[in-house]
Ligand binder design. Structure first.
Ligand SMILES: Cc1cc2nc3c(=O)[nH]c(=O)nc-3n(C[C@H](O)[C@H](O)[C@H](O)COP(=O)(O)OP(=O)(O)OC[C@H]3O[C@@H](n4cnc5c(N)ncnc54)[C@H](O)[C@@H]3O)c2cc1C
Length: 298
């Protein structure tokens, strides 16, 4: 049985206190949120922080707020809270869908949105949905605050632009324009406790219910070192009248935007096929939702 190594544990009660501790610890301290990823890695011995700085008692990181259709989600909000939030479900159902498929009820009750982003796993469930929604993350360090579009956050498997001593405090999602719809589909071997073999999130906006696509985002997950835009598909869809033929053409192009590997969960060829299938399905659902809705809803 793998045992946790020895470590110190701190529970600061404010963000300045947490940032001061992290700054003093330099590289020897690590933020812990739900611990569902970090503690597993510490047991495996792949990370060995001398001290964990918990965000549990830090004020202001557990709220979901927003106005005029935008949403700000504190980094310590749990995946369960996102999956069950009426506010999230009505404004951004694609995010609620991605949250409700993460792990199991036990994991969702502990796992946080901040932890899911910072792990930067290529198969993490929330980043694809947040990327199609155009989300940004707020990072705070000692004497340094910055906002980074999620599009510029991930740099590789397990790596991102977050610096030692920085804390991800909030995720901000801008309001969706009218006639917007979205979808997220995760393919796994089982319905629960499954890391995605392939996952796709799509979102499109029409200029009017029977109009052309004025904005579109297609994100492919688990088929590249980070979640990636299907750039060729997005290009082919923009400015066009939606149709099943157009979605099939975009899906075929999206396959070329992926670079899957073969591993224990699936072969590269199978993953390419599934990119094709899931891009078509998510676009069709996004389109049907977009034309049925007056207000932005993705
Ligand atoms: C059985 C099991 C099943 C799982 N299934 C899934 C799944 O289906 N889909 C999926 O996406 N993931 C899954 N995971 C992985 C994990 O549960 C998620 O990634 C989770 O969201 C991590 O959040 P956490 O709060 O537990 O992060 P932690 O484990 O507390 O932290 C993870 C990393 O993020 C850093 N961190 C956390 N919060 C912050 C912050 N606010 N600022 C700066 N750094 C921070 C930590 O230092 C650490 O490096 C699973 C894990 C387990 C054990």
């Amino acid at each position: 049985m793998l045992l946790l190594p020895k470590f110190d544990y701190e529970e600061p009660k404010s963000l300045p206190e947490a940032l001061a501790m992290l700054s003093e610890l330099k590289g020897n301290g690590k933020v812990v949120a739900g611990g569902t990823d970090l503690l597993v890695n510490m047991k495996k011995g792949t990370v060995r922080p001398a001290c964990l700085v918990s965000l549990k008692k830090v004020d202001g990181l557990r709220e979901i707020s927003g106005e005029d259709g935008s949403l700000a989600i504190g980094s310590h909000v749990t995946v369960s809270e996102i999956a069950e939030s009426d506010r999230v479900a009505s404004a951004f159902p694609v995010l609620a869908r991605s949250a409700s498929g993460l792990g199991s009820p036990l994991i969702r009750n502990r796992a946080t949105i901040g932890g899911n982003i910072v792990t930067a796993r290529p198969a993490a469930d929330l980043p694809p949905a947040l990327l199609v929604l155009g989300a940004s993350v707020e990072l705070k360090g000692k004497g340094k605050d910055r906002t980074v579009p999620l599009d510029n956050f991930f740099t590789g498997p397990g790596t991102s632009v977050i610096e030692t001593g920085e804390v991800l405090t909030r995720i901000v999602i801008p309001s969706a324009p009218p006639y917007t719809g979205g979808d997220y589909i995760k393919l796994g071997h089982r319905a629960a406790l499954e890391i995605a073999i392939v996952a796709v999130a799509s979102r499109l906006t029409l200029d009017k219910p029977d109009g052309v696509i004025v904005d579109v985002r297609v994100i492919l997950s688990s088929v590249a070192p980070t979640a990636v835009h299907a750039v060729s598909a997005e290009k082919a869809l923009t400015g066009q009248h939606p149709s099943e033929e157009l979605f099939a053409k975009a899906a075929a192009l999206a396959v070329g935007d992926s670079s899957p590997i073969t591993d224990i969960r699936g072969g590269a060829e199978y993953r390419r096929d599934m990119v094709n299938t899931l891009v078509k399905r998510t676009l069709l659902k996004a389109f049907n939702d977009a034309r049925a809705m007056k207000g932005g809803n993705a």
